[in-house]
Every structure is written in structure tokens, then in C-alpha cells.
Design a protein around this ligand. Structure first.
Ligand code: URA
Length: 315
């Protein structure tokens, strides 16, 4: 979870559960400030996103990026620039929840993250125009429609071969990946490399990426909006790599790859066909190496899945 202000008043970030912290309206002594920080930590807050406090609750029921409105404020608020009437765009995600602007002076927030529908349209346009992985990486680097970019240190595009028969898709970069700017380089990645080596594959034989290209704060699971914003790039990446087989690593990636809601224990170990543009590809899910590090007994299930992958590659 992330708060968008360092210490102070405000509340929650986008689709995460909302919390209201004690207001800091007066001068406080250090023990009160430390107490407040402690409270944030116990609530799961591990990142401050914005130097200025933002009162999401004052913006009514809609989430950031969903066409929320500023509360009443003078038209000439120089600090935030000039206000313009928002261009209303239908949201395919939450049509019923999108509030109509109540007044003529409802104003958009300058630098508002793109609404999911806008982000996806932008992403699709940018991704479609990329004709190589390098161009796709450049398009991703220029893309501001995924809010994870704001808190990440580096874009994590892919690791391994540009062209590979096997493409592996994980959930999201973690801390080590964020530092290195490459997917699966931490402990889970090292285990993944050993798993691949066990079926005779090296880094040069595979293309490894994630559902989202930036680290979620505190290693939380990416939200559906974040995955949706990255999805056009992932699809284009698949089209450019042209793998013969896809492996989803863990439940979150499997849900995204197969567009289903079932849990990983039901999804894993079964080949399914997925459609990406004009491509129809066999895909399989297996357990995430980070889960295997915590649950070594589950390695036998993953081994079973790996053998299936090996059989396909040999076939
Ligand atoms: N876990 C993932 O899902 N992806 C990474 O890149 C690292 C850890």
C-alpha cells in the first residue's frame, strides 16, 4: 500500500482500501510524528508517492483516474494551473460507477494519471507502432499510463533471448529487479534459472518478462488497472518474440494470461490455447518460484509441469 503524502493528512491510493489517518493540523512534537509513522507502517503503508497531500475522500466516490472531481475551489488556483472542463470518456471498466460531473465548474486535476480506458488506448497505439523489441522498450519508457512507473526506479522489460521458443511471464518486478532493470534476477529468478536448467534450458533459450513492467510499491500484486495498462505492450511483445509456447508463472500471471479468475492450483499443469492478435499459442501455468522458495514441498508439482514443457519442446 502506498500513501501519497509523506506525513500528514491524507488517505488512500487508487483502488486500494481507503484509510483515514489522524489529521496533522497543528505543530506536533517528534513523538507524535513517530507515532503517526508507526501507525502508517502498521497499516501497511510503505511508500510516499507525492510530496503534496491529496484528499481523495473530498473527491467523492470515484477512484483516481476514473474521472473524479475536485471539490469546490476558486477558479484561479494558480498553484495547480488552469482548470479545463474534463473530456468525459466512457470507461469500459466501471460504466455504472462513473459519476457525472455535478456542476459546470467540476475540474480535472492537472497531471491526473490517465483513466484506465485512456491508458489502454494510449498503450495500444504506442505498442502497435513498435516493430521491434527495441522500439517497444522505447515506447514503454515513454508511456505514462501505468501508475507503477511513478514509484519504480527502472523499467524491467525482459531477460533472455529476443527470439525464443519459450516465453515465461511472471507477475511483476520485485526489489532486485527494480534495481537491476531486468525481470527475475533476485532469489526467485535464480530458482527459475535452476528450474529451467533442470530441463536443459539456459537464459539464451527463453524470453522472460512480467505482466507489468514496473515494480509495485511494497511488492504488492498489480491491480487490474495496472495490468490492463501494460497488456497491449505484453501482447505486442508476444507478437514480436513469436514464442511457440508460453508459461505463466504463478496465479497472478496465469489469471492475466488466460483471462480467467481461477486459482493457480486449478490452472497449473494444463495446456490451453490463448489468442494474441493473429497468433494462437499453447500456454501452461506453473507455480511461481517465489512460492516454491516458501513451500519446497510444492516443487514436485512444478517439476511435473516442467516435464510437460520439456516434452512439448522436444516434440
Ligand atoms: N517475481 C516476478 O513475478 N517477477 C520478477 O521479475 C521477479 C519476481
Amino acid at each position: 500500500m502506498a500513501f501519497d503524502t509523506a506525513i500528514g493528512r491524507k488517505t488512500c491510493k487508487s483502488s486500494e482500501s481507503c484509510l483515514v489517518s489522524p489529521p496533522m493540523t497543528e505543530t506536533r512534537d517528534i513523538s507524535e510524528v513517530l507515532g503517526l509513522l508507526d501507525w502508517y507502517r502498521s497499516m501497511g503503508v510503505d511508500a510516499a508517492l507525492d510530496p503534496e497531500p491529496v484528499d481523495w475522500l473530498a473527491r467523492g466516490p470515484s477512484a483516481p483516474g476514473q474521472g473524479f472531481a475536485w471539490p469546490d475551489r476558486p477558479a484561479s488556483d494558480g498553484a495547480r494551473g488552469e482548470y479545463r472542463q474534463p473530456e468525459t470518456q466512457p470507461s469500459p471498466l466501471l460504466p455504472a460507477q462513473r459519476p457525472e460531473p455535478a456542476r459546470a465548474d467540476v475540474r480535472p486535476r492537472p497531471q491526473t494519471p490517465l483513466a484506465p480506458s485512456e491508458a489502454e488506448t494510449d498503450a495500444r497505439r504506442a505498442a502497435r507502432s513498435a516493430t521491434s523489441l527495441d522500439a517497444l522498450q522505447a515506447a514503454l519508457a515513454a508511456f505514462d499510463g501505468c501508475s507503477l512507473k511513478a514509484t519504480a526506479s527502472n523499467l524491467c522489460f525482459y531477460r533472455g533471448a529476443a527470439q525464443a521458443r519459450l516465453m515465461l511471464i511472471g507477475e511483476a518486478p520485485g526489489r532486485d529487479e527494480d534495481i537491476a532493470g531486468k525481470p527475475f534476477v533476485g532469489r526467485a529468478g535464480q530458482l527459475l534459472d535452476r528450474m529451467l536448467a533442470a530441463i536443459g534450458l539456459g537464459e539464451g533459450d527463453v524470453h522472460i518478462t512480467n505482466v507489468v513492467y514496473w515494480r509495485p510499491p511494497g511488492n504488492r500484486t498489480p491491480t487490474p488497472q495496472e495490468a490492463l495498462a501494460c497488456r497491449p505492450f505484453l501482447e505486442r511483445q508476444i507478437e514480436l518474440v513469436k514464442p511457440e509456447f508460453i508459461v505463466a508463472l504463478g496465479g497472478s500471471a496465469a489469471k492475466e494470461v488466460f483471462s480467467v479468475a481461477e486459482g493457480i492450483m486449478r490452472l497449473r499443469g494444463k495446456w490451453r490455447e490463448i489468442t494474441i492478435g493473429n497468433l494462437k499459442l499453447p500456454a501452461i501455468a506453473t507455480l511461481h518460484p517465489a512460492y516454491l522458495l516458501r513451500t519446497p514441498a510444492a516443487k514436485q508439482l512444478a517439476w511435473h509441469d516442467l516435464l510437460q514443457i520439456q516434452t512439448r519442446l522436444k516434440g
